[in-house]
Design a protein around this ligand. Structure first.
Ligand SMILES: NC(=O)c1ccc[n+]([C@@H]2O[C@H](COP(=O)([O-])OP(=O)(O)OC[C@H]3O[C@@H](n4cnc5c(N)ncnc54)[C@H](O)[C@@H]3O)[C@@H](O)[C@H]2O)c1
Ligand SMILES: O=C(O)C[C@H](O)C(=O)O
Ligand SMILES: [Mg+2]
Length: 549
């Protein structure tokens, strides 16, 4: 018997139908009573990982109840089901494993990937999040332990944008791992081999993409936490409803925060100077979105927009003649103008550039030292400082440190959540620039409009839509992002913006041409009507609709 049919909210009719009468304790329970029990149980768990496991169990066994509670407790639940706790869950995935979740496909499955996909019990899949576990948050190669990421991101899709949980597929590719500790760990549940080569992985991914779209035509595919995600984005973006969240989602969500931060400082776009610590998928993705904004909103040429950026990686300032062979994705932003000065440290780069904004996507905890933060405060009355590495213990600095060392002048957004900072009775709101503000809306629009591709202009539209989604009160409080409690509404705004751009550029399905004619309000209402609502799904069960679970 499926545990899902043992829900205590089922009325007598449903219990008789499902032959669970007598198997479930007699009382038919309201959502409130069920919630009370869950919240009490959650409180009794001592460690974050115990809370994570309890919530995972709840999601798998009482799906609607989990999503009802998530929607009512977003601020408290998201750190438990996503960053930072998901980071620890991934590091310990093989040790804490309790139940099957998601689908694993191994390198040895090549040639028959479609057959493995066929084992997935749900027939109708609309969206998948895929990882190869090679760069999980800022935690490095975690092999198949990375499954926590697709599971967590898809829970956010359902919780934040009403994607039916039954139509989501968390997918982890078991292509080996170069993590020696995992290879030596008897509990590690992935293939005990080194990672396959880039060429072998590329061939495997080609088969995967064909298999996914053959088994579920039109499926939306999000790649997540790949060590080098650029080649796959280039290869699959034009052909499939595909996007990479670390490059594109991050780019969009941080651009939205930057738009609102620039509104606060009032410094014109042409005078912006941005230093990026970390030149990986996220750093380059963010800078490219901001370049687009500088071109469109600041009327800069691409060359002038690009010149507003300086990147620092492990070898120092990225310049075109540094002497090492730059990875392809770094070439675009390599500086040409200061080739004689090969700065090594972040401090030297700051002294030279005197930036208006400092972005951290380096995975290095504490690299925004008090001295670095103080420098930012001497260059600017309102320095923009975004420590974005995840989880919290990889963040370049905390909100508290940023405020403490800039005399509370910094405008801050972080990747993982930090508590609000209070000084002299004044509250400085914590801004979490997390991708969950955009990817659920992008996915929702892509599913509903059955898009053929997800264009870069659709990603850009998600950023500008998010930037405009703040209420006047939120703007007055100095926030860069909307309150997380409103995330379902925000996802609708983002989805509408993405949908409008899909319609403009012709990526939407032609048979829904009438949607192009409706007003924005009507489009939003239509989007809303298509969203999974755990309260409606739950009520259906209580009043006697046979549970499809
Ligand atoms: N919205 C968000 O909050 C968000 C979204 C995506 C990624 N991230 C975070 O951003 C971080 C980076 O992700 P990524 O995909 O770009 O990873 P990546 O591995 O592609 O890039 C990391 C970059 O940091 C650089 N780096 C590493 N050590 C350094 C050092 N000591 N000094 C200077 N540079 C150093 C590397 O050279 C590389 O360029 C991760 O922690 C990830 O969790 C946050
Ligand atoms: O913002 C997120 O969702 C996390 C991000 O994708 C990351 O890799 O850190
Ligand atoms: Mg990621």
């Amino acid at each position: 018997m499926s545990p899902k049919s043992l829900d205590t909210s089922h009325g007598l009719t449903v219990r008789k139908d499902l032959k669970t009468h007598g198997l479930v304790p007699p009382n038919v329970e309201s959502h409130e009573i069920q919630s009370l029990r869950v919240l009490k149980a959650l409180e009794s768990k001592k460690s974050p990982i115990e809370k994570y496991l309890y919530l995972s169990h709840l999601r798998n066994h009482h799906t609607h109840l989990f999503y009802r509670l998530l929607s009512q407790n977003l601020r408290n639940f998201t750190p438990l089901i996503y960053t930072p706790v998901v980071g620890e869950a991934c590091q310990r995935w093989s040790e804490i494993y309790q139940q099957a979740e998601g689908l694993y496909i191994s390198y040895s499955d090549r040639g028959s990937i479609a057959a493995v996909l066929g084992n997935w019990p749900e027939r109708d899949v609309e969206i998948t999040v895929v990882t190869d576990g090679s760069r999980i948050l800022g935690l490095g190669d975690l092999g198949i332990n990375g499954m926590g990421i697709p599971v967590g991101k898809l829970a956010l899709y359902s919780g934040c944008a009403g994607i039916d949980p039954a139509k989501t597929l968390p997918l982890t590719l078991d292509l080996g791992t170069n993590n020696k500790a995992l290879l030596a760990d008897p509990l590690y549940m992935g293939s005990r081999m080194n990672r396959v080569s880039e060429e072998e992985e590329a061939e495997f991914l080609d088969e995967l993409m064909v298999a996914l779209t053959t088994v579920w035509p039109g499926i939306v595919i999000q790649f997540e936490d790949f060590k080098n995600p650029f080649p796959a984005l280039e290869r699959y973006q034009p052909k499939y409803a595909f996007f990479n969240d670390d490059i594109q989602g991050t780019g969009a969500v941080i651009l939205a925060g930057v738009i609102n931060a620039l509104r606060k400082t009032g410094i014109p776009i042409k005078d912006q100077r941005a230093v990026f610590m970390g030149a990986g998928s996220a750093g380059v993705g963010v800078a490219k979105q901001i370049v687009e904004y500088f071109i469109q909103a600041g009327q800069l040429s691409e060359e002038d927009a690009k010149r507003c950026f300086w990147f620092v990686d492990t070898k120092g300032l990225i310049t075109s003649n540094r002497g090492d062979k730059l990875a392809a994705h770094k070439v675009y932003f390599a500086r040409h103008d200061n080739e004689s000065q090969q700065f090594k440290g972040l401090g030297e780069v700051l002294d030279y550039v005197k930036p208006t904004m400092l972005m951290g996507l380096s995975t290095i905890y504490g690299v925004f030292t008090p001295a670095i933060l103080k420098k930012m405060a001497t260059f600017n009355s309102q320095p923009i400082v975004f420590p974005l590495s995840n989880p919290s213990n990889k963040s370049e600095c905390t909100l508290e440190e940023a405020m403490l060392h800039t005399n509370c002048q910094a405008i801050v957004a972080s990747g993982s959540p930090f508590p609000d900072y209070v000084s002299n009775g004044k509250i400085y709101a914590s801004n979490q620039g997390n991708n969950m503000y955009v990817f659920p809306g992008i996915g929702l629009a892509a599913i509903l409009l059955k898009v053929s591709t997800i264009t870069s202009s659709m990603i850009y539209a998600s950023a500008t839509s998010l930037a405009t989604s703040l209420t006047p009160e939120e703007l007055a409080e100095g926030r860069l992002y909307p309150a997380i409690e409103r995330i379902r509404d925000v996802s609708v705004v983002v989805a509408r913006g993405v949908a409008r751009e899909a319609q403009r550029c012709g990526a939407d399905a032609t048979e829904m041409w009438w949607l192009r004619e409706v007003s924005d309000e009507e489009l939003e209402a239509w989007i809303r009507s298509k969203m999974y609502d755990p309260f409606v799904a739950g009520v259906g069960e209580v009043v006697g609709r046979k549970s499809k679970l």
